[in-house]
Structure formats: structure tokens, C-alpha cells
Design a protein around this ligand. Structure first.
Ligand code: 5GP
Length: 191
């Protein structure tokens, strides 16, 4: 199988990663989104098999035991997220490059496993206050609001890893961030 490339978008929850990932997918037909597995509950507007594969904890753990993940993390307490090896093969087999929206540890893990054909981008905002506002206005289930502080604390910790990424994109003005993202990604996939 031909080995394609990987674009890894990481950064704190609320940094705009998902918006930028959707934008890049709409601009580059040669990219395909890596659908992760998660044990968190499905949000309004999310679709199983499109945004995530929503799994029970038992089923997730069984896949860990069978070594089916290329990487997985307990991103928040008792909430597991992971990328299946099969997901990577599926996308490369279709002759596309892969776009990941993944947490910071998972992103660095993938970069370590695929150093020569991956591009890692850390997306961040310049204040925790902005993150808080974005997370609060997000259309989420009530139970997710209970996780707000957990997400904010994680964001503070994740900032320390930014320097380990190939690029840091400071998302202050979304229009500008999208423009820069297009530039970085096209330099990488057409090099
Ligand atoms: P959310 O619950 O907001 O969809 O995602 C929470 C965090 O989990 C985000 O930082 C997201 O990028 C990350 N995430 C999504 N999929 C994966 C995955 O497959 N592996 C890892 N390590 N993190 C993931």
C-alpha cells in the first residue's frame, strides 16, 4: 500500500481546531478526516461514523487489548479517545492524505511514529479567557458544561507542549488563521 502523508492538528479544546480542520477538508480534496473512536457521549449535530465512532467503554478497552489502536489516550478522566490502525490504512488505501484532530499527547505520539511523512500543527489562542468563552458558547449537552474546568485545566497544561510541534498557529483572527493553515498545508502536501 502506498504510504500517504499525515497532517496532525492539535491544541486545546476550544482553540478552533475543529473549525480549521473542517475548513482544510473543504479546501483540499486530497485530504480525508481520520475518524477517531471515543467513549464520550454523542453531542447534538454529531453523527456516528462521521465525527467519531462512539463506543462503549468495554468495546474501547477490548480494542486496546487487541492492539487495534495506533494511539489512544484517556483524554479526560474516564473518557477515552483513540485512532484505529485500520482508519489509517483505509484512508491511505484510497490514495488520500490524513487529517487528524487529536489531543496534544496523541499528536506527539503520531509524530514520533511517523516522523518523515507527518506535519504537526499546534493551534492555540492567546488567553484562557477566550477559551472559556468559546467552550461555554459551544452547543453542548449540559453534562459537558460540568467538564468545563477539566478542559480548561488541560488547556493550561497542553500549552507547554506547543514548542514540540512543527508549527504553532495562534488563532486570534479566524480568517487569517485559515489563510496561514492553507499555506502550511499546501507547502507540505505539494512539496
Ligand atoms: P471532543 O470531546 O471535544 O470532541 O475532543 C476532546 C479532545 O480529544 C480534543 O482535543 C480532540 O482533538 C481529542 N481527540 C479526538 N480524537 C482523538 C484521538 O483519536 N486520539 C487522541 N489522543 N485524542 C483525540
Amino acid at each position: 500500500m502506498k504510504k500517504g502523508k499525515m497532517i496532525i492538528l492539535s491544541g486545546p479544546s476550544g482553540s478552533g481546531k475543529t473549525t480549521i480542520s473542517h475548513y482544510l477538508l473543504s479546501k483540499f480534496p486530497e485530504l480525508k478526516f481520520s475518524i477517531s473512536c471515543t467513549t464520550r457521549s454523542i453531542r447534538k449535530n454529531e453523527v456516528h461514523g462521521k465525527d467519531y465512532y462512539f463506543l462503549s467503554t468495554n468495546s474501547f478497552i477490548s480494542k486496546i487489548k487487541k492492539y487495534q489502536f495506533v494511539e489512544w489516550e484517556e483524554v479526560y478522566p474516564k473518557l477515552f479517545y483513540g485512532t484505529l490502525k485500520n482508519e489509517i490504512y483505509r484512508i491511505w488505501k484510497s490514495n488520500k492524505h490524513i487529517l487528524f484532530d487529536i489531543d496534544v499527547k496523541g499528536g506527539l505520539n503520531l509524530k514520533k511514529q511517523y516522523p518523515n511523512n507527518s506535519l504537526s500543527i499546534f493551534i492555540m489562542v492567546n488567553s484562557i479567557k477566550i477559551l472559556k468563552k468559546r467552550l461555554m458558547t459551544r452547543n453542548q449537552k449540559n453534562s459537558d458544561y460540568a467538564n468545563l474546568n477539566i478542559r480548561l485545566n488541560k488547556a493550561k497544561e497542553e500549552k507547554n507542549y506547543a514548542k514540540l510541534f512543527d508549527f504553532i498557529l495562534l488563532n486570534i483572527d479566524l480568517h487569517q488563521t485559515k489563510k496561514k493553515a492553507i499555506q502550511i498545508v499546501s507547502d507540505f502536501i505539494y512539496e
